[in-house]
Ligand binder design. Sequence first.
Ligand SMILES: *Cc1c(COP(=O)(O)O)cnc(C)c1O
Length: 426
Amino acid sequence: MSDRQPGFETLAIHAGAAPDATTGARATPIYQTASFVFEDVDHAASLFGLQAFGNIYSRITNPTNAVLEERIAALEGGTAAVAVASGHAAEFLTMHALMQPGDQFVAANKLYGGSINQFNHSYKSFGWEVAWADADDPASFEAAITPRTKAIFCESIANPGGVITDIAALSAVARRHNIPLVVDNTMATPYLIRPFEHGADIVVHSATKFLGGHGNSIGGLIVDGGTFNWAGDARYPMLSQPRPEYAGMVLSETFGNFGFAIAVRVLGLRDLGPALSPFNAFLILNGIETLPLRMRRHCDNALEVATFLARHEAVAWVSYPGLPEDRYHALAQRYTPKGAGAVFTLGLKGGYEAGVKLVSNLQLFSHLANIGDTRSLVIHPASTTHRQLTDAQKSAAGAGPEVVRLSIGLEDPADLIEDLDAALRA
Ligand SMILES: *Cc1c(COP(=O)(O)O)cnc(C)c1O
């Protein structure tokens, strides 16, 4: 091969994978084993001391998971990655490597609802404070930064309302204050947006959604951009201070531009334990092979369905950045020219009752709490995921009583449109 870098479609199929050295198996085998035999006592000692790379126990590394890790690192353009049990585990282990009790981070206020819960409530038990900033206003992030701020967190395309984040503007804020920018790239996937190219330092994923793509496995990924300089920075002791677990080793010195990924693995994953099953890693790997094809079709279908709904007499508004009149259209053209994703919300003129009726009348759309499946999905947040909130809180979260969220699948868009039209008219 020439000096040419392989294209995204090639990496999606080949990165990290090779025919199995002993059996010749072409598909990546599922290494369904808890442990790995040491060559001898010295080999075991060097693995435990981090002097050699190799497998000890599948909570920390596994060869099937390693292929997935290499593949997502290649697709995102990062230095290394860690596969974990879920998207929430990816967020948690990222924060665990960055935060100490009493520390704070600044997060965009438009996020996946589960992330809002995790940050507001569960993180309190670790002494980690979240400060919320306006996803559309980089200055509000800067205003929330204190001497204890350890990170900025946002989504590239925010769930559920089709918000496109100005990642470069948030990166400029993060760089001015010398803190890392963490981007949840679940909704975009690296096919649509590669956050490191816009100044992100760490990328996290729920692989449960478009990466796996078939609604069959929970998984998460953390990708190290290799961009942040942790060395000698006492604010990040996991990375910059001698680790008693490893004979005083300083991870940022020993592992350089993939020190963050190593810290997540040998401190977070090792001690907290949310390991990804190799079977799920296998399913997510298979999903990623067709990611470029699927994302193109997801985006085409979503644009067609959104265009139809925007003109429908029962629909008050559609929030999809792919539509020319959408308030995020200019940012979408800059950050995601190949398509604006496949998840969006619409508001029904008939309010709460109309939302309940729509989800009940749809035949082809599945009524459930997930996104990024081959199948089209629908949920009415006000009667489900956001039901405990007041009406004012619901509206602030983009989940007012009239709001319905769609995740557009890979079916024939004419069938999706007919299903929606029939349910809206019923
Ligand atoms: C689903 C989701 C998560 C959480 O991921 P799980 O795999 O469900 O734990 C985090 N962020 C976003 C944007 C999501 O859509």
